[in-house]
Design a binder for this molecule. Sequence first.
Ligand code: HEM
Length: 383
Amino acid sequence: MSESESRFEALKRYVGFTATDELELAALQGPAAAGVESLLDEFYEEIDRHESARAVFTDPEVQRPRLRGTLVQWVAALLKGPYDADYAERVEAIGHAHVRVSLPQQYMLTAMNIVRRWLNDLCFETHGDDLARVRRALKAVDRILDIELATMLGTYRDDLVSRMQRQERLATIGELSAGIHHELKNPLAAIGASAFTLSERRAVRADPRANEMLGTIQSNVDKSTEIIGDLLSFTRLKEPVVAATPADQLVDRAAARVRMPRGYRLTIDLDPELPPVRADAAQIEQVLVNLLENAVEACGSRGRIRVLGRRMNGSVQLSVHDNGEGIEAVELRRVFEPLFSTRPDGVGLGLSLSRHLVHANTGEIALTSERGEGTTATVTLPL
Ligand code: HEM
């Protein structure tokens, strides 16, 4: 049983949600579908009363009608169930979506109360004078809404806590890397310059072994400079310049920047109807380059890498799959930590930097992996 499903099952037991409740909720489906527009009107009136709630919609003309449609589906699923693992995941996804749009938590409480009052009225209208039945229906409504609210707020809290922890860690890395950069910049430049001067000497030029060693020195100086540069980029991340960007262009440009070794095959499989995403093109292209490079590193001799793109509800998902060894579950939990790498020669910055960039673009990034089957990195970006 997945973590989200077991949390959801525990909540069901806690509020005493039973098969009778499921039947009572199912009986409200028809009346709810017929009257859902009035709920939505009230929902939006409440949002419009608060400036900071309104401000959550960064692109109101697109998002408001879209959320209206999503809410109609949500009400239908709320009454229909089945209240299983998929259901639990969908509710958690709403919590994640709200963190993504920075919805202040208190608005969830008032919004859920509007839903509760509307459903309560529906219980009275549907069951008329049968008070015992009304009471059963009211209880079922209370239980399912308590489960929904607790799940959404739980995800919300988890996301916020981990986001704050990440910010703290990034701030520490930022300070540390600024210090490292300051201390190592000159010594590295001196090593590079000395290697160059030596390489110009006639005696050295005539000695292939010495030349080779100087080449090694120079390439290691370059690598060290690059690592310090990557570390510094954590402190110098620019605000994203968000614009509607065709997702296929992002994928094509990133793919053109990554060299596939001999014997490797890259397949790009994008939904032809893929809408543009709202993102900073350069930043997301960089993320995709990082993910493709990771995929190349992860594969053995016959690398098979697939990029998939599909439209989700209000977002686009781009995923990069490799057929490498896969990552152990214990390591998978840490892959986004700065300076953590599953490769002995890895520095551990690519994925954490990628996550930073994706979050700055109000997206999500996740990694799943099966031992022996490979790894899939998925980036979800808003429309
Ligand atoms: C009962 C309370 C609420 C429910 C059940 C709910 C449900 C949802 C659902 C199902 C989604 C789509 C999630 C996804 O993409 O996976 C969503 C997204 C969103 N919600 Fe809520 N929501 C609630 C309250 C609110 C409130 C009070 C606000 C604003 C003040 C809000 C603003 C948004 C925004 C801006 C999005 C992203 C919409 C988009 O870009 O498509 N929600 N919500």
